[in-house]
Design a protein around this ligand. Structure first.
Ligand code: CA
Length: 466
């Protein structure tokens, strides 16, 4: 019996040597801790049964790895496989692919553009060669040197008009040339019609402003800004040489100093001190026909102070005028109401709520301060540094602080029209608080950062009215 059992066992074990991949023996502990042997024989029917472990699982794992690698290769690499496993990676992959496609499109567009630019360059080169081979147009004589036409900085104001058109790739250049030539001839004719301003001595338009001449520097802080003047139509007891000065720093400005002449002003020796009955505000006061005209502090009241009797000869509100910082010049300093004198008489430069800050120009009766006529301009009062009148026309100065600025605008109340100017103007001391015209001397008086300065003016013939 034992022999039979042994033979069976041997018979069972005999094929193991050449069929080891189809049979296996495991050893392990059972639940009670005893050693347990498990013996499995593979059969054609059972070989594909799923198992929790063992060489077959290992083989499947190996095959799976091979398959995964294959899938990875088929789906475009490890990133693709990983992306497929993770939606976020998939999204990133999609985005990257989209960007790549965009870049390809951009590259193609740039290549097309490059081709177009190369074609244009070739056309320009051909056009240049063609122009070079043509004879030059007849030379035009040089323009007369007209001071009227010379703007700030010495640049030719017509230069932009005389610049030849230069569009590329245009086959109608000969037509352009003739049109340009015609325009140039017309312009030249227009320019040559303007006479040389030196020949003109009448009451005209501002042609140029000289360098400032310094007459005196104020001693104390109260002279940082102020107003100084000579009466263009002086009356006794003071002559036309008398110079008057008011330092306007402070809240109770009442003192006015009188100097016999410019020399005494330069030396700093006043011969007269006038005490004003009511305080003065701003730097807009003027002297005219023996009276000081000024704005009473914190009011729109204008006062005419008679110098001979040293009494108030007239007082009147300037209707609707802003005051005390409502509509000052760009400099500020309560320059709301600026009085001015020229060949035509007495004027006020100010603004009103109705004008919304635009400069209002009013002609005043010098006797009783009544407004004779008003004009509303398009000039923003707080955009200009100061203003003055010459021969019935209003001029504005662009900056009170720039060393090199301009008289940048002229308004003519007679025609109701204004136009931009570029007459060079120097603020030598960089803080110009007052600019007024003296029609007898044809000078501007200004107070520039403690300094009392004057400018000579040159006037030109006014342009013919259209
Ligand atoms: Ca002024």
């Amino acid at each position: 019996m034992f022999l039979l059992l042994s033979m069976c066992l041997l018979a069972f074990l005999a094929p193991r040597g050449d069929a080891q991949d189809r049979a296996a023996l495991w050893r392990g502990n059972d639940r009670s801790g005893r050693c347990q042997y498990t013996f499995t024989v593979a059969s054609p029917a059972e070989a594909s049964c799923p198992r929790a472990g063992g060489p077959e699982v290992e083989a499947v794992k190996t095959r799976l790895s091979v398959l995964e690698a294959l899938v990875s290769r088929l789906t475009g690499g490890d990133a693709g496989a990983a992306a497929a496993a993770d939606p976020r990676l998939q999204e990133a992959l999609n985005r990257a692919v989209g960007e790549r496609n965009l870049l390809r499109g951009e590259k193609e567009r740039l290549e097309r553009e490059l081709g177009s630019l190369q074609r244009r360059l070739e056309e320009m080169l051909r056009e240049t060669e063609r122009l070079r081979s043509r004879p030059c147009p007849p030379q035009t004589p040089a323009l007369p040197d007209s001071g009227l036409m010379r703007p700030a900085g010495g640049l030719n104001p017509m230069s932009h008009l005389m610049t030849r058109p230069n569009r590329q790739g245009d086959s109608s250049s000969s037509l352009r040339d003739s049109v340009w030539q015609q325009g140039f001839q017309e312009l030249k004719a227009e320019v040559t019609e303007v006479p040389a301003p030196e020949e003109y001595t009448g009451c005209g338009v501002l042609a140029s402003v000289s360098e400032p001449v310094t007459h005196r520097k104020a001693d104390g802080i109260s002279g940082k800004y102020g107003v100084w003047m000579q009466d263009p139509e002086a009356v006794a007891p003071y002559g036309s040489d008398m110079v008057w000065r008011v330092d306007t720093v402070g809240s109770d400005v009442r003192q006015m100093f009188g100097y016999e002449d410019m020399e005494q002003l330069s030396k700093g020796f006043p011969t007269k001190v006038v005490l004003l009955p009511e305080p003065l505000e701003g730097t807009g006061a003027v002297l005219y026909r023996g009276s000081l005209y000024y704005q009473r502090r914190r009011s729109r009241t204008l006062i005419r102070f008679d110098l001979a009797s040293e009494t108030v000869a007239a007082r009147r509100d300037l209707p609707h005028a802003g005051f005390h910082g409502q509509f000052p010049y760009s400099w500020g300093g309560y320059t709301d109401i600026d009085l001015a004198v020229d060949e035509r008489g007495l004027w006020a430069v100010y603004s009103t709520s109705k004008a919304k800050g635009a400069v209002v120009l009013s002609r005043l009766d010098p006797h009783d301060l009544r407004v004779i006529k008003s004009w509303e301009t398009n000039i923003r009062k707080n955009s200009v540094a100061n203003a003055f009148l010459v021969c019935g026309r209003l001029y504005t100065v662009a900056s009170y602080a720039a060393a090199n600025t301009t008289v940048n605008y002229m308004y003519d109340p007679e025609s109701g029209r204004g136009r931009a100017l570029a007459v060079p103007f120097k603020n030598k001391y960089r803080y110009n608080s007052m600019i007024d015209y003296n029609p007898t001397q044809k000078k501007l008086f200004a107070w520039d950062n403690f300094h009392m300065v004057s400018y000579d003016l040159r006037l030109g013939r006014p342009p013919a009215e259209a």
